[in-house]
Design a protein around this ligand. Structure first.
Ligand code: HEC
Length: 195
């Protein structure tokens, strides 16, 4: 299908043209998700207002400056954690409490420059033991209310994909590679203590 070269081009533009750049896995997987969009609607793929994490403005912001996230399409991201989980997010030894919500907002970047367009909002929520025990009992969501035209055309409009939809399977897979399933904020851009 035609969308793969298109998306690959966007990924390259977003990261300044490095062919082997780690932005690729996510955008490739996004593309395969798009390719499966003719499948019947599944639970957790219907667009609507953001639910879990919508109150992120009241959370603790974990980064001091916007982080260039190679794994999330080369976008600039900010990471917010609610009061339940903020202390645990700062302490790599701590167990993450049930009820922790982590929201990562993003800004679109093209050719190394922020475009001024809002990117997707990424959400993780720590659920009760048994929700998804093989994957740390995390629920995942991606919400994009106003994707720029180049994305909207490919995504079919705004998206709100969330567990248990298979469309967030690529989030689960990649996050399984990290301790506590958390990719974490780079140390030099992470706050040192709770405000
Ligand atoms: C290719 C690997 C990869 C994929 C795919 C991926 N992530 Fe991440 N994620 C990371 C890494 C690495 C970090 C930490 C650095 C950063 O923010 O970029 C992270 C950070 C996050 C955070 C902040 C909490 C944390 O882990 O520190 C959230 C929330 C998040 N991702 C949600 C998602 C969602 C939702 C998806 C799917 C729509 C997704 N991610 C897909 C690797 C990935």
């Amino acid at each position: 299908m035609r969308s793969l070269p298109f998306v690959a081009t966007v990924a390259l533009a977003a990261c300044g043209g490095h062919a082997n750049h780690p932005t690729e896995p996510m955008d490739k997987q996004l593309t395969s998700m798009m390719a499966s969009m003719e499948m019947p609607m599944d639970d957790g793929a219907t667009f609507g207002p953001l639910e879990v994490g919508a109150d992120y403005a009241s959370y603790v912001k974990m980064n001091t400056t916007p982080v260039a996230s190679e794994t999330h399409g080369g976008r600039l991201v900010d990471t917010y954690v609610n009061a339940v989980g903020a202390a645990a997010y700062l302490d790599p030894e701590a167990e993450v409490p049930v009820g922790t919500v982590i929201v990562k907002t993003s800004m679109e970047v093209r050719a190394g420059q922020a475009t001024g367009e809002a990117g997707p909002i990424f959400v993780m929520e720590k659920r009760a033991a048994g929700f998804d025990p093989d994957h740390g009992d995390w629920a995942y969501a991606i919400h994009w209310a106003a994707p720029p035209e180049r994305w909207a055309a490919k995504l079919g409009g705004p998206i709100y994909w969330r567990s248990p939809s298979h469309k967030v399977g690529y989030c689960v897979e990649c996050h399984d590679n990290y301790d506590r399933n958390l990719g974490d904020v780079p140390g030099d851009q992470k706050i040192k203590a709770l405000p």
